[in-house]
Design a protein around this ligand. Structure first.
Ligand SMILES: Nc1nc2c(ncn2[C@@H]2O[C@H](COP(=O)(O)OP(=O)(O)OP(=O)(O)O)[C@@H](O)[C@H]2O)c(=O)[nH]1
Ligand SMILES: [Mg+2]
Length: 718
């Protein structure tokens, strides 16, 4: 492939709902671009784009795939993104490094939840969007209705550039109202016949052409004036107007395609090459210092790694965007995030796993290199003369968690190393070694997201692992005040041990005043706080520790030991061993022994007195509650709601947004463990959700009883 200049490059993310036909379209483009000699199919498991065995197995895209096609003296860099919400990280990073989004719409279903979710990502990143309605050969396809839907959802900015003459099995022609021609295909698709618009379509085409001309003019003042003067624009002027409209998101053009039959694919590529903005036409990236970095091929070289894969027989492949300058094979660069040196021994233009070497890549281009030593996704590499760093990809929060374990205990350390490495390849995997749960928790976007992780560890690293139900980080607290004494005494052999602590505990919330007198069994206990310590707890909430000892019954020097004893028990709550929180502890009396008292004795006395009081203070288990927001098609509302209610959810509200429904609920984390899988099966993959920690709340009595029994059984077993 020849070396392309910045103004000859277009970077395009192919996004859209799952199953809309992105990978099929990618395959048709690769075929038309001469990169492959035969078109594969997703069902035939032989596409360029879905090349990982896990993708072939499931029949949908798991990873984003980068491929470049030369078309009419332009280089089109595409990223075919997975549509499933499980792999949204791939779409987010693809959108972040491209300049235009090609949003594939499934002609059978029109605007889907996946469409709306993906569109929202383009909105966040302020990227141009072209809608492309695919599967026009499906009998269920109703193009006019899809146009209406798109206009209802995204307003007057939606402007069709093409329409099919007929939809369904007989589909074989589109009218293009930019070119004012009809494109017609033989059954095998590919190169069209370009014909005059037949009389029967003339009025419709003319009316749509006028709308398009006006829309194109609207985005540029000079064009607007010209349009008023002459009543029309040249094709070149229209292209310029549409380009401006794309950049400002003032216009979302709509195209037609039938990817499966390779119809209208060439015309789409022509438009992408001629009209959509290249890297030099959109607002420049900003480095971490807030400085704009233009894609200038003459400037010092900076490249940003946005994706890393490990592939059989090759090892690590790093995909990058040239942010500025020109990169040549043999260049020595500095990894700005690590400070280490790296040599770029080979540069590649890629099409899935097919790589062809190239001597250099200019600013704005996308390529790959292999065998970098210490470079991960998100790193910037620079030549001499610049110290740019970029950090513009914002990944979504994770929403599916599992505990992960090596099947052979001896592999644990190796597994952790692999996980850390994989996390640097896909930042939407989050690994946490939880001291609290005594588990390694791995979180991701969904069940399939984690399945691909397992597949890769077991196949690439030959290390068998298993997923377990993750433990829930419960908390313990108390609901009323209680009092306890404890004497720790030991007098066997040498020096003895003696410490006695009397304490009161009660529930505590910020700002809660302390009474002067407590009453237990008719007996009054007067409090004189000499010292109050507020200890914020790492796991949330507080411990308030009050010294109210009168007459020196315990030396002040033993108080830290008592606090330590109490903290020990807070860290391993008396009910189920979970962290305790929100407690006030008042040490009001005790006893010392002139010889035998020491710190250890008071630590143990404090710990045990606290335990005893805790058990009498109406102890309760708290569980984490999450705010969950589900986006779903209206016809699934009943099922999704019913399912949520079965998960002890509290429904907080509902709202209708353009084209889909939104359901807000608060749900215990325990009940969310396989939510993404059920939601997907209830709605046929047409819904998505987000979750965010809300608060800790008391668990219902039946759940508490069950947890206590489980803990007891576990203690007995140990
Ligand atoms: N009839 C018809 N089927 C199509 C067309 N395009 C794609 N399909 C079929 O639709 C199914 C899904 O196509 P894919 O290309 O895998 O869809 P995708 O958008 O890549 O899906 P994800 O990767 O899961 O997001 C496959 O069975 C394709 O053969 C089309 O134009 N017409
Ligand atoms: Mg796909």
């Amino acid at each position: 492939m020849k070396v392309y200049q910045t103004n000859e490059i277009k970077n395009i993310a192919i996004i859209g709902s799952s199953g809309s036909g992105k990978t099929t379209l990618a395959e048709a483009m690769l075929f038309e671009g001469g990169i492959i000699k035969r078109r594969g199919s997703v069902d035939g498991k032989n596409t360029v784009s879905d090349y990982f065995p896990v993708e072939k197995e499931y029949g949908y895209s798991v990873f984003s795939t980068i491929f470049s096609v030369e078309w009419m003296n332009k280089k089109l860099n595409f990223i075919d993104c997975p549509g499933s919400d499980d792999f949204v990280g791939g779409a987010v990073s693809a959108l972040s490094v491209t300049d235009t989004a090609l949003m594939v719409i499934n002609g059978q279903y029109g605007v889907e939840v996946g469409t709306v979710n993906m569109f929202r990502q383009t909105e966040k990143l302020n990227k141009p969007v072209i809608f492309i309605v695919n599967q026009l050969d499906q009998d269920k396809c109703d193009y006019d209705n899809i146009l209406l839907q798109l206009k209802e959802t995204y307003g007057g900015r939606v402007v069709p550039i093409q329409y099919p003459v007929t939809c369904g099995a007989s589909f074989n022609a589109v009218v293009d109202v930019l070119k004012m021609k009809m494109y017609q295909w033989k059954p095998e698709g590919g190169v069209p016949e370009i014909l005059d618009i037949p009389d029967s379509e003339k009025d419709k085409a003319e009316a749509m052409h006028q709308v398009l001309v006006e829309a194109a003019a609207e985005n540029d003042e000079a064009l607007m004036e010209k349009f008023f003067d002459q009543g029309s624009l040249s094709e070149e002027e229209m292209r310029e107007g549409i380009r401006q409209g794309l950049i400002s998101r003032g216009m979302f053009p709509v195209f037609c395609v039938c990817a499966e039959r390779d119809m209208c694919v060439r015309r789409t590529m022509e438009f992408l090459g001629n009209v959509v903005p290249g890297p030099d036409k959109v607002s420049p990236y900003v480095n971490t210092e807030g400085k704009e970095i233009k894609p200038d091929s003459k400037a010092p070289t900076s490249m940003f790694v946005f994706k890393t894969t490990v592939e059989p027989h090759i090892g690590k492949v790093s995909y990058f965007k040239v942010m500025s300058g020109t990169i040549k094979s043999g260049d020595d660069l500095t990894n700005e995030n690590r400070g280490s040196k790296e040599r770029i021994s080979q540069l590649f233009v890629v099409a899935g796993q097919n790589r062809s070497e190239t001597p250099e890549l200019c600013a704005g281009d996308i390529g790959a290199t292999v065998k970098l030593k210490d470079v991960n996704t998100g790193h910037t590499m620079n030549a001499k003369g610049t110290d740019n760093k970029f950090d513009f990809i914002q990944y979504p929060n994770s929403k599916y968690r599992r505990a992960i374990k090596a099947v052979n205990e001896a592999d644990s350390e190796k597994m952790m190393e692999i996980l850390n490495r994989m996390r640097s390849e896909d930042p939407t995997w989050v690994v946490e070694q939880s001291k609290e749960l005594k588990q390694i928790i791995i979180s991701g976007q969904g069940e399939f997201h984690l399945k691909t992780l397992k597949w890769r560890i077991e196949n690439n690293d030959k290390l068998p692992i298993e997923f377990l139900e993750p433990k829930i980080p419960y908390r313990e607290t108390i609901t009323k005040s209680a009092r306890a004494d404890y004497r720790h005494k030991k007098q066997s052999g040498g020096a003895g041990q003696f410490g006695e602590v009397h304490l009161i505990i009660e529930p505590y919330q910020d700002g809660m005043p302390m009474p002067e007198v407590y009453k237990f069994n008719g007996q009054e206990f007067k409090i004189q706080a000499r010292d109050v310590q507020e200890v914020p707890l790492d796991w949330g909430g507080k411990l308030v520790f009050v010294n109210s000892i009168v007459g020196g019954s315990i030396d002040t020097r033993f108080l830290p030991a008592i606090l330590k004893g109490v903290m020990g028990r807070m860290e391993q709550g008396p009910l189920t061993g979970s962290y305790a929180r929100d407690v006030r502890v008042i040490i009001y009396d005790g006893k010392m022994h002139p010889v035998d008292s020491n710190e250890i004795s008071f630590m143990l006395a404090g710990r045990n007195a606290f335990s005893e009081a805790f058990k009498n203070a109406g102890p309760k288990i708290l569980e984490p509650i999450y705010d969950v927001e589900v986006s779903l098609p209206a016809d699934c509302m009943g099922d999704v709601m019913g399912d949520l209610q079965g998960r002890r959810a509290m429904i907080m509200g509902m709202s209708s947004e353009k084209g889909y429904e939104k359901l807000m609920a608060r749900v215990p984390l325990k009940e969310m463990s396989s939510y993404s899988t059920s939601l997907s099966s209830i709605t046929g993959g047409r819904a998505s959700f987000t979750m965010k920690f809300f608060a800790y709340e008391l668990v219902p009595t039946d759940v508490q009883d069950k947890l206590l029994k489980e803990y007891e059984a576990q203690q007995d077993a140990e």
